[in-house]
Ligand binder design. Structure first.
Ligand SMILES: [Zn+2]
Length: 298
């Protein structure tokens, strides 16, 4: 009977092949589908496909010669043929096994890909969690630091606001107001102010809001470069302050100043043995101890 291959190919010269007898379906031996045979079957299928393709292009010309020199082509004939009759020969088993293998390979590949993707997603998730945790910790630390700084600033602001006087220059009181043996003139007399600090060029600030009533440069009877400010009524007292021995003046008479405003720098002008600020307070025009005013609210 005539056997057909896919397409229009017909093995017209099969008789020239020693295995041509097998082309007769009645004498085709039953063989188990071994891995070797499966492989051969697979190759045969491929070869048969190539031959079939060639046959389409040049029907019946070169195909018989290819078949004669390639036993696999002949062997493939039944395998290819059974595609039209599934389940009737071991060749179908070949085809089926190949299909199963392909399916299994695809399943494995899909499973591996899925597992890898899930694992990657899991690691990415862990990475994100770590990053988020780090960000949260950093933010918390930053927040705590800012809160601490803000608290410190608020406390300092409260302290400054509650103070009647802004501290006039850096440093503490090195010589208080009151009766003392004069360091240069060597006799007891009133020291009419509090000597503060001692850093040449350190900024001097107005202790409170007011109007500059004097800004004089020169010896000035021992006061040196000096400034006087009228603060008006403070706590029911007409209050004035003065700043002596200044190095430089940065305001002029008649200027309005605000509490904490810079008015000049610490110097050693006038009757002075070393740089310092001689700071005086006048209550209702009378020279008074600055200490209570500097201490108020602290
Ligand atoms: Zn002094």
């Amino acid at each position: 009977m005539a056997r057909s291959l896919p397409g229009s190919y017909q093995p017209r010269c099969a008789i020239e092949d020693p295995d041509a007898a097998f082309l007769d379906g009645s004498s085709l031996p039953r063989r188990k589908a071994t891995p070797n045979r499966l492989l051969r079957g697979g190759i045969a299928l491929g070869a048969a496909g190539v031959v079939g393709l060639l046959a389409v292009v040049t029907p019946g010309v070169a195909t018989s010669a290819i078949a004669a020199n390639n036993p696999a082509v002949v062997d493939a004939t039944p395998a290819a043929d059974t595609t039209a009759r599934p389940g009737t020969t071991d060749a179908f088993a070949v085809r089926g096994s190949q299909t199963d293998r392909n399916t299994l390979r695809e399943e494995i590949e899909t499973t591996v890909e899925t597992a890898v993707a899930e694992r990657a997603a899991g690691l990415e998730n862990v990475g994100e969690q770590v990053a988020q945790a780090q960000t949260a910790v950093a933010a918390e630390a930053r927040s705590a630091s800012l809160t601490s700084t803000t608290t410190a600033i608020d406390a300092e602001n409260e302290r400054i606001k509650s103070q009647v006087f802004f501290w006039p220059t850096e440093g503490g009181i090195v010589s208080p107001w009151g009766m003392r043996m004069h360091p240069i003139l060597h006799y007891s007399r009133l020291h009419g102010g509090a000597d503060i600090g001692g850093a040449l060029g350190a900024p001097i600030y107005a202790v409170a809001d007011g109007t500059v009533t004097k800004a004089a440069e020169g010896y000035n009877g021992g006061s040196g470069n000096n400034v006087r400010i009228d603060h008006g009524k403070v706590d029911g007292v007409a209050l004035e302050t003065s700043y002596l021995h200044m190095n430089s003046l940065e305001i002029s008479a008649g200027a309005t100043v605000k509490k904490g405003q810079r008015i000049g720098t610490v110097g050693n002008t006038g009757l002075s043995t070393a740089p310092h600020l001689h700071f005086s307070v006048y209550e209702n025009g009378v020279n008074s101890d600055p200490a209570p005013w500097l201490a108020k609210g602290r």
